[in-house]
Design a protein around this ligand. Sequence first.
Ligand code: NAI
Length: 329
Amino acid sequence: MATTITITGAGGQIGYALLFRIAAGDMLGPDEHVRLRLLEIPQGLRAAEGAALELQDGAFELLDDVEVTDDAEVGFDGANLALLVGARPRGPGMERGDLLAANGGIFGPQGRAIAAAAASDIRVTVVGNPANTNALIASSSADGVPAERFTALTRLDENRARAQLAQTLGAPVTLVRRVPIWGNHSATQFPDISHATIDGAPVAERLEAAVGDVRAWQEQTFIPRVAKRGAEIIEVRGSSSVASAASATIDHVRDWVHGSDDWTSAGVVSRGEYGVPEGLISSFPVRSSGGAWQIVEGLELDGWARARIDASVAELVDERETVRSLGLI
Ligand code: NAI
């Protein structure tokens, strides 16, 4: 048995970085064969076809089949996993409402095609921005598919946050855990270090020794650095985050399928946890077991953290209102 994985926007940059790692077994492990479906729009087909030729030339042992298409129902046929990467970027002079409307035109039909054609165990990860609300649109359009199967990628934000914290502490990133992202994958996101651990112990003392006033460091250095890291990458590299986004997507799906060894972060549907309005796809601290995410409940949040989460969630509520008024959900 092989897992069928549909990647939209497969002819784009993140697609190119993702495909070869999936084929090499980085996402599902060395024992799982994969069938790849590359779904593009007509303008992106040649690039996806080129990637398919290179996949063939990689002679990957785990890669059973590659198919390129611009027909969503063909693309999602029998899919067990869908990585929705292709999205409409913000063009010059485009307002947020225009952006949400343009993406609604992509994620609504894709949600319907998933409901019509995908396998009954389909699990969807939305990478294309605005990821949380795109996931909400797809989920709302996918009649009969449980909302828990639709997630938005916030793992890149978490990986960035862990890396910044590790660097500040002078520690290897693998030792730094429990740095969840709350809210929207946007500049309002809240990377939360209040429960962070280093080698299993709270970071508080070591962090204070390193930065002095921890709250000031969070407000002035850490949070802006994480939230604006995408812009920093564009400025330094001359192009947006690609390999790191693909890598975070691999981390997210691997943990979802095989289980996480500690908390991590994902945009998942709220059932009212932490006062986040029901139905929103918001980032939470999560763990995964049995092939499903569970929100880590019962964490204490002080007033400062609460206000930051509320601000990001308010943005999600606003986006939901906009797509609702456009008739997209
Ligand atoms: P890109 O522009 O290189 O590639 C996008 C591809 O999507 C293009 O080949 C395009 O033809 C295709 N596409 C557009 N509409 C489509 C549709 N309806 N169906 C199938 N394919 C479609 O962009 P890149 O760099 O690969 O980024 C993709 C998305 O990922 C962007 O929206 C970007 O903002 C987002 N992103 C999200 C991150 C996250 O952490 N959630 C991190 C980095 C990027």
